[in-house]
Write a protein that binds this ligand. Structure first.
Ligand SMILES: CC(C)(COP(=O)(O)OP(=O)(O)OC[C@H]1O[C@@H](n2cnc3c(N)ncnc32)[C@H](O)[C@@H]1OP(=O)(O)O)[C@@H](O)C(=O)NCCC(=O)NCCS
Length: 152
């Protein structure tokens, strides 16, 4: 029988698991110092069998929310894990006043763009050469949030 995964707030004790996933998920992984001030009520993890298998770090300022970082352990992709954590994050953003969400994603990361489109995000524009390692444009995606959450 499948053990269910659990979405909960991120805590500093999760950092080692997060850094391991980060290191193999991105060509330009965030260093530890980028994460340390982001453990708050807009950061989330998914726990499975006592380990963190996914995380989402967000930020809300006034009515604008931002997804800063999201990754799922490679062994657990395409099982709805990112969808579950995004739904929790969108509800959490809304609860603290967020009404519109922004994010940036590498132009070549079509998988992530497909994921975000499924959850109602649309391309709003691009930032030329926003990323290093390798240099690449960012696609800016956005969606509004209301009290209803989840896929559109
Ligand atoms: C993008 C990412 C977070 C998706 O995580 P996930 O848990 O596999 O996503 P879900 O299972 O919740 O997918 C939900 C839907 O998104 C879309 N989707 C997800 N991964 C996809 C892929 N590789 N290709 C195409 N569509 C995809 C599908 O519509 C999927 O539904 P389906 O499986 O029923 O077809 C994951 O691939 C990842 O961690 N990638 C590396 C890090 C990254 O790129 N992060 C985003 C940076 S902005």
């Amino acid at each position: 029988m499948d053990v269910p995964f659990r979405v909960r707030r991120a805590a500093e004790v999760d950092l080692q698991d997060i850094l391991e996933i980060e290191g193999v998920s991105f060509s330009d992984p965030w260093p530890q110092s980028f994460f340390v001030n982001l453990f708050n009520d807009t950061s989330w993890v998914v726990e499975f069998r006592g380990h963190v298998i996914a995380y989402l770090f967000g930020r809300v300022a006034a009515d604008e929310a931002e997804v800063l970082n999201l990754a799922v352990h490679a062994d657990h992709r395409r099982r709805g894990v990112a969808g579950s954590i995004l739904e929790a994050a969108l509800a959490g953003f809304y609860a603290v006043g967020g009404r519109i969400v922004y994010l940036e994603v590498r132009a070549a990361n079509e998988e992530a763009q497909a994921f975000y489109r499924k959850f109602g995000f649309e391309e709003q524009g691009r930032r030329a050469r926003y990323y290093d390692r390798p240099p690449e444009d960012a696609v800016i995606m956005t969606r509004r949030i209301g009290p209803q959450k989840g896929p559109k």
